[in-house]
Design a protein around this ligand. Structure first.
Ligand code: SF4
Length: 485
């Protein structure tokens, strides 16, 4: 399994990437490439399921990176066929931090009308209640994952086809879900009614692909056709092409705004917008909202880079790589010793002393979660001789946990949940600290008039505390929602 790194503890983590393809020879190889492009969405484990007319369903599920598992001939030879789906995971539901192989997706079930495999990105907010009920009625769960509920709900459905059963199952599920699934001949893609998590459709020759992000279509040379709409189910077969259904009650979409800030790759397209361009625009908005006199704008690599470019451009302050990232650290220290672990972010980031010395530096980062990394980076910059350190953050204060498929610390661990902006500045020990406003973020994401407070255009619960889907399981466990204002 790839090593946990101290730097990664201080970021929100998207938990899953999904990919599926039909109508190509050696579908598993395309899935492996697609998952490789989605590796940023989950590094703990990955899995692929295929179907071949003669060899039936086959699967491989492994811990670790896609490139370390699904490039070997001995593994890929076991995965023949023209239709396949895959999944990369960072655990949210299920065995967090200590994934068991039984929790690695895709999940497979043999129903009366044939087999079905399923991979899920998101989080089912009523999974505990569903699971309890299913177990009481005789279901035998194989994993601790919330996603397995969908297969059991399908098994109990009286629907005549697998897509019918999936529709019925998903109507009982609350929360955020983008799903790719497959039967022997059909590839199925579904997004929850709010469209919280992404899912896109691509075309490759006579074949079709579904992916969490467009960057996974690019890597296989597929044409981006369109996003799967919120609440849409597509059923795709080689012979009949794409059939679209809308099985849920229509709702106003609430896509995850944090995908724009951090989760998605900057070379992906979301909602018709380049993620890179949105991040650059966040930097422009930040420079307008929170100007400061300084000599240098530096990104905290890599995710702060586009916003730092935008900030520098708008403010006229020179941009420079004041912090350099070591790309290979994760591969070098497979089992870090205590002494190495204590070096913290220095393993991954180093300061470009020649550039920093004597300068008033603006550091642009994507978010502040616990604040541990921000403090260490500030120390490194001051050690290198900076005259002043100003933090500019490309998201509003993260004060609430996400229950829709993103790993967040408990609320008490989020710096912004317990401190005001001023207290955070003092805690981090920087000369100034400013976050982009929620309205500024919405403007950067293409909403010219900012956030519509009556009907927000995005999910922004981790900033606002306004959850578009009631997190039922968490409330049962004692989570306190924000009091109505
Ligand atoms: S709570 Fe935050 S991270 Fe989670 S889906 Fe909503 S915007 Fe995204």
């Amino acid at each position: 399994m790839p090593p946990a790194h101290p730097f990664d503890d201080d970021k929100l983590k998207e938990e899953c990437g999904i990919f599926g393809i039909v109508g190509v020879s050696d579908a598993a190889n395309f899935v492996a490439l697609g998952l490789h492009a989605l590796q940023h969405r989950g590094q703990e484990a990955g899995g692929i399921v295929v179907h071949h007319p003669e060899h039936g369903f086959n699967s491989a599920r492994r811990f670790g990176y896609v490139r370390d598992n699904f490039t070997s001939q001995s593994v890929m030879e076991t995965l023949p066929g023209p239709i396949a789906i895959g999944h990369v995971r960072y655990s949210t539901a299920g065995s967090k931090g200590s994934t068991a192989i039984r929790d690695v997706q895709p999940f497979f079930g043999e129903l009366s009308m044939g087999g079905v495999a399923l991979a899920h990105n998101g989080n089912i907010t009523n999974a505990n209640a569903l699971r309890r009920e299913l177990i009481e009625r005789g279901s035998i769960f194989q994993s601790s994952s919330d996603s397995e509920c969908i297969i059991h709900l399908m098994a109990r459905s009286m629907g005549r086809s697998i897509p019918d059963r999936m529709e019925e199952a998903l109507r009982k599920v609350e929360g955020a879900f983008s799903v790719v699934a497959m039967t022997r001949t059909k590839l199925i893609g579904v997004r929850d009614p709010l469209g919280v998590r992404p899912l896109v459709l691509g075309k490759l020759g006579d074949g079709w692909a579904l992916a969490s992000e467009t960057c996974a279509l690019d890597i296989i040379g597929a044409e981006f056709e369109r996003e799967i709409a919120p609440g849409e189910m597509v059923v795709i077969s080689e012979k009949e092409g794409v059939a679209s259904h809308f099985p849920f009650r229509p709702q106003k979409p609430r896509f995850c705004i944090f995908e724009h800030v951090y989760f998605s790759r900057p070379d992906s397209i979301i909602g018709g917008r380049s993620v890179y361009e949105t991040r650059r625009q966040i930097g422009v908005e930040l420079a307008r909202e929170a100007p400061v006199e300084a000599d240098l704008v530096c990104p905290v690599p890599d995710s702060g880079t586009p916003a730092a470019i935008g900030f520098a451009h708008e403010s006229g302050i020179p941009y420079g790589m004041g912090i350099v990232r070591n790309q290979y650290v994760g591969r070098t220290f497979i089992e870090p010793t205590e002494q190495i672990r204590n070096m913290g972010v220095r393993l991954k980031l180093n300061v470009n002393r020649a550039l920093i010395k004597g300068k008033r530096v603006i550091l642009v980062d994507d978010s502040v979660v616990r604040g541990t990394t921000s403090r260490k980076i500030k120390e490194m910059i001051l050690d290198a001789g900076a005259a002043e350190v100003h933090f500019r953050i490309a998201s509003p204060p993260t004060a609430w946990p996400c229950f829709y498929g993103v790993d967040t610390p408990q609320r008490e661990k989020l710096l912004a949940a317990t401190m005001s902006e001023d207290e955070m500045r003092e805690h981090l020990g920087v000369d100034s600290l400013k976050f982009i406003s929620l309205n500024g973020l919405y403007r950067a994401a293409g909403e010219a008039s900012g956030r519509n407070d009556a009907h927000p255009q995005y999910c922004d619960a981790c900033f606002s505390g306004e959850y578009p889907v009631r997190p039922a399981d968490m409330i049962d466990q004692g989570f306190q929602m924000k009091a109505a204002e």
